[in-house]
Design a protein around this ligand. Structure first.
Ligand code: URA
Length: 174
């Protein structure tokens, strides 16, 4: 099994946590480099003006969850897979020591703020008292082409709320 670990400065004030790597991420051993990942990073870049090496980015599950057909097909991680990796994620969060977490999708949100409802764009206090901003998963946004513009606007609005807090502290040189 090939693992894809987090990437970025450590410690870092901003941590982005996705669900799991996909085909491209596994090939390049880097999170958020496939179609959905690039789409998401592009929007982060647009909203924050930050390059991907200026924040820490990782996934809850560290391998590509697949259906073993001839050409492997992505599937959502199982509860067991999420449970298995959550203690590692918590150690990773302690090491990165972020002030803000962007939880990309419900799986990520449930791993870091399990006692809260997933409401994209609404700050909650999650693991270790860290502020968590839930956002829609980019694969979900891209799948719903008919409402792509609306969901992208919502995503940008949520990220703007993070930017407001980051504003004075652009970069992760703490
Ligand atoms: N790419 C990743 O590495 N993780 C996600 O959750 C989405 C895209």
């Amino acid at each position: 099994m090939e693992l894809v670990f987090g990437a970025g400065p450590c410690p870092c004030k901003l941590m982005v946590i996705g669900e799991a790597p996909g085909r491209e991420e596994t090939k390049l051993k880097t999170p958020f480099v496939g179609k959905a990942g690039k789409f998401f990073i592009g929007i982060l870049n647009e909203v924050f003006g930050l390059e991907r090496n200026e924040f820490y980015i990782t996934n809850v599950v560290k391998f590509w969850p697949v259906i073993e057909t001839k050409r492997k097909k992505t599937k959502p991680p199982t509860i067991e897979e999420v449970r298995f990796f959550t203690p590692f994620l918590k150690k990773e969060i302690k090491a990165v020591s972020p002030e803000w977490i962007i939880a990309v999708g419900k799986t990520s949100f449930c791993a870091v703020a399990p006692d809260n409802d997933f409401v994209p764009g609404k700050w909650v206090t999650g693991y270790n008292g860290i502020s968590v901003m839930p956002v829609y998963h980019p694969a979900y946004i891209l799948r719903k082409q008919r409402i792509l513009a609306t969901n992208t606007k919502e995503l940008k609005k949520a990220l703007m709320k993070v930017r407001e807090r980051l504003e004075v502290e652009v970069g992760c040189k703490n």
